[in-house]
Structure formats: C-alpha cells, structure tokens
Design a protein around this ligand. Structure first.
Ligand code: ATP
Length: 361
C-alpha cells in the first residue's frame, strides 16, 4: 500500500482523544483522512480552528499514535518506523519552541547535536542556516530580543538542520503582521534546493493557502475537498457580484426580472436570506451579494436596470471565487471573519442559505 514516490501518504487516518471533550467525553479530532502529497510539493492543509490540522500532522510526524488508519513518509510507516519518520521530517510547532534565553546560534547548535550531527558539521550547518535565515549578524544575541518574523525564520532554519525530506509547518505565520507573513513566505519559497524538500503547511489564512501547489480543505476532522487552488475555485463556477445601493432589496427584484440573469444566479442577502422580502439591508448596511456566472458581464446591465428603477448604486464589484467561497460551497460556512477575502469584500461573513448548503459538485 505504501508508495515511496509520495512524500506523504495517509489512508483512513483517525484520532480519537478518549476524554478530550467536556465532561470527559471522547473527541473525534480526525475522522478518516486520506492524503497523497507529491515529493517537492508545497501542500496546504486549510481549515478553521479545531478542524484537526495539528492532530493530523502530529500523527504524520510520528508524534501521536493514530487510533486507526495508516500513514507513511517516503514509504516509512508512522506507526512501525517512527524513528525513521522522525529523521525524515522537520517540524515547526504552532507556538515557538525556541529557548528565549539562549542565542540563535546556541538554539540551532543544541538542536543539531540532538539530531546527531557531528560537532564539526553542526558548526558548519548552523552557520549556513543562520546566514539563510538572515540572522547571522545577530546570532550571538538572545532570541528574546528577536522580532516575530526573525524568530519564525530561525525556527524554519532549525527545522531544516538535519536535511529533512518533509518540513511540516503548523500555522507558520500565525501572530505575525502582514509584512512579516509575506516575508516568511518569500523566505520559504527562496530556500536553496526548495524543491528537494516537501513543505506541508497548515493554515487558516486563505491568502496563505494560495501560495501552495495543492491544498486539502479539512473541516471537523474530514477532508472535504482537495486540488490546486485554481481548480478548486474554477469548480465553484460562480463569481460574486457585490452591490451597495440606497435600496438593496430592489436589487433582488430587478435581478430576477432579467430572465437570463435569474437563470444564472443564486442569491444571498446580508444575513444569508434568499427571500427578497427579508433581505432589506440595514441603514449603512453591507449591501447585497449575488453569486452568478460571469459576474462582470452582468454588472453594466444590472446597474442600468437599477438606474431605470431609480435606485442609486454606491458601489458595485465583481470578484472571482475565493478559497473562502470554496470553503463555503463545501461546508456551508465561511472559514474566518478576518480572512483576507472577507475583508477585501468589505462584507459580512455569510451564513448558509436557509435552504441548507448547496450540494458539493
Ligand atoms: N490532546 C488533546 N486532547 C483532547 N482533545 C484534543 C487534544 N488535541 C486536540 N484536541 C481536540 O481535537 C480537535 C482538533 O484539534 P486540532 O488542534 O488538531 O485542530 P486544528 O485544526 O489544528 O486547530 P488549531 O489551529 O486551533 O490548533 C479539537 O476539538 C481539539 O479541541
């Protein structure tokens, strides 16, 4: 079953924490995950908090024992060849595990020795990675004096010390400001020999998932869909048409009175209501979002029809599907209020339509 041409493989991976829930009830953190990650790929594991991302990578790194299912890293079984798996993987934890009182050099050197690098090679390798992390000049200063971005780069360096074939990064940019987040990704993408190491990145940031060759979306312990970000978005088909007007309720009526547009659209009001009578926007409200194929082609016609009806349009945008739309399409929920996609739209996080979520395609 194991195919060593894959960097990571998992079949039916399950993890149940026997007494993790309130009142000591079992928590099914991971409920049957199948994965195939190609060698050299940047693979994104996208999901909201509590979806099961950390638990999955803990099993893939042989740090947690699966309740059921099997997984391999370059053909090494996480259950029966844990030592081999640990040699093949590097791991960046969600919270910093650097020793604040030690210098950057000491942090890396201790780690290198723990991984069995000889003294001489450890010194060479540490110097090289401090250089790569862009912290060589501050290498003799305690880590507590470092910025968040520097710490992250140093942790990436530490994860790479023993030449792992797969580097697992659990929410690598959480807590960083947007500039430091972008820098961290630039750093990851420009690592020498980048394609010789597979990157397996968990994230709940939609823009971060866009950096990945392929992603799997996980929700409530199950993978709901996987593929390249472009393919997943294209499969949704519908763009978002967002309008802010002085009579948002009229938008629905007008849109539905254009027969071809009525065919093409599925609509959502400010609170997810699909009934126009219930979708009157509050004063200063967020507007109306219509999901429609080829939104930009409809925009002029809809605006003209609204003008004819005496409705003033303050703002109108057509946006191609985002990964948040992909998440919504498959789960009926938005991944996060503060995601880049939601803030770019300036709109609310959309609730599922009252008739339930659309059927996954
Ligand atoms: N050691 C544990 N004991 C009991 N329950 C746990 C344990 N670790 C995680 N869980 C539970 O398992 C579920 C999945 O958690 P996990 O940390 O894997 O999710 P996540 O997607 O990584 O979320 P986050 O990004 O918030 O860490 C959650 O309900 C969590 O409370």
């Amino acid at each position: 079953m194991a195919d060593s041409t894959y960097a990571v493989q998992a079949h039916g991976l399950v993890k149940t924490y026997p007494r993790g829930g309130s009142g000591g009830t079992p928590v099914e953190a991971v409920r049957g995950v199948d994965l195939e990650v190609a060698d050299g790929e940047t693979f994104g594991f996208l999901g909201p908090n509590g979806a099961g991302k950390t638990t999955t990578i803990a099993m893939l790194c042989a740090l947690a024992v699966p309740t059921a299912g099997r997984a391999w890293v370059h053909g090494a079984d996480v259950a029966t060849e844990a030592g081999l798996v640990r040699q093949r993987v590097g791991h960046l934890f969600q919270t910093s595990s650097l020793d604040d009182g030690m210098t950057a050099r000491q942090n890396l050197y201790v780690h290198a020795r723990l991984y069995g690098l000889s003294r001489r090679y450890a010194h060479r390798r540490v110097a090289r990675l401090l250089e790569l992390a862009g912290v060589a000049e501050r290498a003799r200063q305690p880590v507590r004096t470092y910025s968040g971005g520097m710490r992250r780069r140093l942790e990436i360096a530490r994860g790479l010390l023993h030449h792992p074939r797969v580097l697992f990064l659990d929410e690598p940019t959480v807590g960083l400001d947007p500039h430091a987040r972008a820098q961290t990704w630039e750093h990851l993408n420009s690592l020498p020999g980048r394609r010789r190491t597979t990157l397996f990145v968990t994230t709940h940031y939609l823009d971060e998932a866009e950096n990945c060759d392929r992603i799997a979306i996980i929700d409530q312990g199950r993978i709901v869909v996987s593929g390249t970000p472009d393919r997943l978005k294209a499969a949704i088909g519908r763009d978002q048409l967002h309008l802010r007007t002085d009579d948002n309720a009229a938008v629905w009526e007008v849109a539905r009175n254009i027969p071809e547009l009525r065919e093409a659209l599925t609509a959502q009001g400010p609170s997810g209501a699909s009934d126009p009578a219930k979708s009157v926007a509050p004063p200063g409200g967020e507007g109306v979002t219509l999901r429609v194929r080829e939104a930009s082609a409809w925009l002029p016609r809809l605006c003209a029809a609204l003008a004819q009806r005496g409705v003033t349009v303050y703002a109108a945008t057509a946006t191609p599907p985002t990964l948040d739309d992909v998440f919504f399409h498959h789960t009926g929920r938005s991944i996060s209020v503060d995601s880049m996609a939601a803030s770019a739209l300036g709109g609310p996080v959309e609730a599922p339509p009252p008739g339930g979520r659309e059927k996954p395609s």
